[in-house]
Design a protein around this ligand. Structure first.
Ligand code: NAP
Length: 254
């Protein structure tokens, strides 16, 4: 398909590379900041613009991969009346695109993407939804060209999946970050935790997460819990997080 990428961030970059590798033609990249669009366009050997009125009208699909809060605004400014437009958000409803064109949909890759980290796209679940049966089928077929895991899913189900993904991925990563800061403040090396982090993620591939929970909260080791809170005396935010998560783990035992 002839693809126009609207956005040049993490998702636009990974989708652009995967689609190009699968044989699709990336006609153009639009981005708010010209240099960001140009950087991605160079990788994809195509052209860039920061002017929505100059977006190539010959595209067969326009993939909007901008921040969730600006999807509506960008699509409105594209001023399309019949083109196929999709967004890549986990939570924004398909209905947000309804007022702009009859051909619209969602093309949501369920993975954590960072520009500077490559991803094996074939293993990424891609959740699609179309404004019509035909659009849904087309997006499903397109997803199948870059992934072995294409699914059709409603906006409502997708937003629940995204919520769960925020807990599983974004919150976990933030906890890694806090954990790294705790060690850094005492001159200790975060690398020491990497085998533990890898094993935690590996374990849940074959076991329900609640069955492999370990640590002082699940054991109800009150002395250790108290000692940890004492160590966090000067870090009230960390202490709050520690208490909320420990209480949640203790309740999960009931
Ligand atoms: N990252 C993930 O792991 C992930 C996974 C699945 C789905 N998604 C979804 O994919 C979409 C893009 O996420 P991302 O992580 O790729 O974001 P990102 O890396 O932060 O990139 C954001 C993009 O939005 C553009 N942008 C920022 N402010 C804007 C504005 N006011 N008007 C128009 N464009 C603006 C940026 O343009 P400039 O840089 O040119 O200023 C950039 O192209 C979101 O809907 C997100 O929910 C993300």
């Amino acid at each position: 398909m002839k693809v126009v990428l609207i956005g040049s961030g993490n998702v636009a970059t990974h989708l652009g590379i995967a689609l190009k590798e699968a044989g699709h033609e990336i006609l153009q990249v639009w981005s708010k900041t010209f240099l960001h669009g140009k950087a991605l366009a160079d990788v994809l050997h195509t052209t860039a613009t920061d002017d929505l009125t100059k977006v190539d009208p010959e595209g067969e699909i326009y993939i909007i991969a901008v921040k969730d809060d600006f999807i509506s605004q960008v699509v409105a400014e594209l001023n399309f009346d019949h083109q196929l437009v999709v967004h890549t958000s986990g939570t924004v409803s398909i209905d947000e695109l309804a007022v702009h064109t009859p051909h619209y949909g969602v093309f949501y890759p369920l993975q954590t993407f960072s520009k500077n980290k490559s991803v094996e796209f074939l293993s990424v679940p891609v959740l699609v939804e179309g404004s019509t049966k035909e659009v849904g089928e087309l997006l499903f077929t397109l997803a199948g060209t870059i992934s072995n895991h294409a699914y059709k899913m409603s906006s409502e189900e997708r937003s629940v999946l995204h919520l769960a993904a925020v807990f599983a991925c974004n919150f976990s990563n933030h906890l890694y970050s806090l954990s790294s800061e705790i060690l850094q403040q005492r001159g200790l090396d975060f690398n020491l935790l990497k085998p533990l982090i890898a094993e935690t993620a590996a374990k849940i591939q074959n076991h329900p997460p609640n069955e492999v929970q370990t640590g002082p909260a699940i054991r109800n080791d009150l002395f250790t819990l108290a000692k940890h809170k004492e160590l966090l005396t000067n870090y009230p935010d960390l202490k709050d997080i520690y208490e909320i998560l420990s209480n949640s783990i203790m309740r999960s035992k009931l």
